[in-house]
Design a protein around this ligand. Structure first.
Ligand SMILES: C[S@@+](CC[C@H](N)C(=O)[O-])C[C@H]1O[C@@H](n2cnc3c(N)ncnc32)[C@H](O)[C@@H]1O
Length: 309
């Protein structure tokens, strides 16, 4: 009878597995291959990434699973689809086919929204184009006093959004209200006219025809990414609709493409109902989101003593 190697000798040290996988991922053009290999190894071993060096080696079965995941990642399947989860601020969101994977740069817009909402005792916050619910659920977690409404139009994305909203409510966050609607509709959220304190939106904004990485072109829904020839097909109708939903003094934040750092502030200025218009850069210094304040009503001498909007 042949001697079976002991359990210990059969295991591959996590650090070695990571080095091996990082080489495969680098050859496939994956950015940050070492970090991604660590995430996959930690996922297979069921340990936090920071504990990887202290973890037991990978058993033959774990090694097979790890190698299969590395091969899928080398084929440019998004890392978050492989682990089934995407970190976003203090959350882990369930993601997979049919929903946009939340991006780190959007954490900045969400953080700005959290700051604005915290200025109110009981703010009403709306997240348009909510996808997995990243922005809405971050606000609900970080501003417990907020009533948060999340609007999404894709049925597939809505099921991820509802799943994430249910999980967060189950651990004690104030439930986010999910609305299935087209954000470009002229009657969007008609019941909230003039009442919204903070309106946040990370819409699709990539101009049609722009070449995007395989993770995006093959796995993010096209409707979540592209928005007409200039990328403004969703932002353009959202700007005037937000102006009627926001209360005077309410705040608007819209993420945009790094080529739209002048165009989106231009749309806000052109609307005429916003002031304090500003554009903000992401951590790489690229224009990333525009913010504005719904003008407070000004007294118009042509009105008979009333106030004009
Ligand atoms: C860039 S993703 C953002 C998702 C999420 N807010 C985030 O930051 O991760 C844009 C989302 O808008 C949704 N969407 C696109 N057009 C829409 C429309 N006209 N009405 C409602 N949702 C729309 C897409 O389905 C997608 O979930």
């Amino acid at each position: 009878m042949s001697q079976q190697p002991s359990e210990g000798t059969n295991r591959e040290r996590p650090t070695l597995a990571v080095v091996r996988a990082a080489r495969v991922l680098a050859d496939a053009g994956v950015e940050g291959p070492r970090g991604e290999a660590e995430v996959l190894a930690a996922y297979v071993l069921g340990v936090p990434r920071g504990r990887l060096a202290l973890a037991d080696g990978l058993s033959p079965d774990q090694r097979r699973r790890f190698d299969a995941l590395v091969a899928r990642r080398a084929d440019r399947e998004p890392l978050q689809h492989l682990t089934g989860s995407a970190p976003f601020r203090h959350l882990e969101l369930a993601v997979g086919p049919g929903v946009f994977v939340p991006r780190p740069e959007t954490e900045l817009l969400a953080g700005w929204g959290v700051e604005q909402a915290r200025r109110e005792a009981a703010p009403l916050v709306v997240d348009l184009c909510s996808g997995s619910g990243a922005i809405a659920l971050a606000v609900a977690q970080e501003v417990p006093a907020a009533r948060v409404v999340a609007v999404e139009g894709s049925p597939a994305a809505l099921s991820w959004l509802r799943r994430n909203a249910t999980s967060r409510a189950a651990v004690g966050d104030r439930p986010v209200e999910v609305v299935a609607a087209d954000v470009t509709a002229s009657d969007l959220l008609d019941d909230l006219l003039g009442r919204v304190d903070v309106l946040l939106c990370n819409p699709p904004y990539v101009p049609a025809g722009v070449v995007v990485p395989p993770e995006v072109s093959r796995h993010d829904p096209a409707r979540a990414v592209f928005a007409g020839m200039d990328g403004l097909a969703v932002i353009r109708p959202v700007v005037p609709r937000a102006a009627v939903l926001l209360r005077p003094g309410g705040r608007l934040g819209i993420e945009h493409d790094d080529t739209q750092g002048a165009a989106v502030p231009g749309l806000l200025a052109g609307d005429g109902r916003y002031d304090s218009i500003a554009d903000h850069a992401d951590l790489a210094g690229r224009p990333r989101f525009a913010t504005a304040t719904r003008r407070r009503r000004t007294v118009d001498p042509r009105d008979s003593g009333g106030a004009g909007g």
